[in-house]
Design a protein around this ligand. Structure first.
Ligand SMILES: [Zn+2]
Length: 164
């Protein structure tokens, strides 16, 4: 028998949820928002967890999107490094790098497609991300300075994601 939840339907439900999460007493919240403590209790037990899961999912999607942006930036950076090597006249090495970078682009495209298909994805443990990461670093093996810069950027990207 589905019963209407006065808390879920309350116009200030977001605020109430936040107070519930902060551990404010049910009696105080009940008084402030004109809902019964019993409704608050039921809402906290039955409805709040589902809302939290949804919020967490939204954050995951946001994280994945921003990581994808950063990977794209990284790819551009890697390509410009290769371009510089080419300009410097080290053609054979640059061509090798370009071939590898092409592999990066293909993987990135696949990663992008997958991100759009799935609502949540943990990119850091995604095998394609790990492959992409390895390929980028391998491609830059002959450019130690560039490799270092990219490795640093990768660590920053991953640190940001974990730290968010
Ligand atoms: Zn509710």
């Amino acid at each position: 028998m589905p019963r209407k939840c006065t808390v879920c339907e309350h116009e200030k439900v977001e605020e109430i949820n936040r107070l519930l999460l902060e551990g404010v007493s049910l009696r105080n919240i009940a008084k402030q928002y004109s809902v019964s403590a019993a409704s608050l209790h039921r809402h906290k037990k039955d409805h709040l967890p589902a809302k939290l899961v949804k919020a967490q999912e939204a954050r995951e999607i946001a994280k994945a999107d921003s990581l994808l942006d950063q990977v794209t930036e990284l790819r551009d950076k890697a390509l410009s490094i290769l371009a510089k090597a080419e300009q410097a006249g080290d053609l054979r090495t640059a061509l090798q790098g370009v071939r590898e970078a092409k592999g990066c682009l293909e993987l990135l495209a696949r990663l992008q497609g997958e991100l759009q298909e799935r609502t949540t994805v943990n990119v850091l443990v995604n095998p394609q991300w790990i492959t992409l990461r390895t390929v980028i670093l391998e491609a830059l093996d002959r450019y130690p300075e560039a490799r270092q810069a990219v490795a640093r950027a990768l660590r920053e990207v991953e640190g940001n994601v974990v730290g968010q």
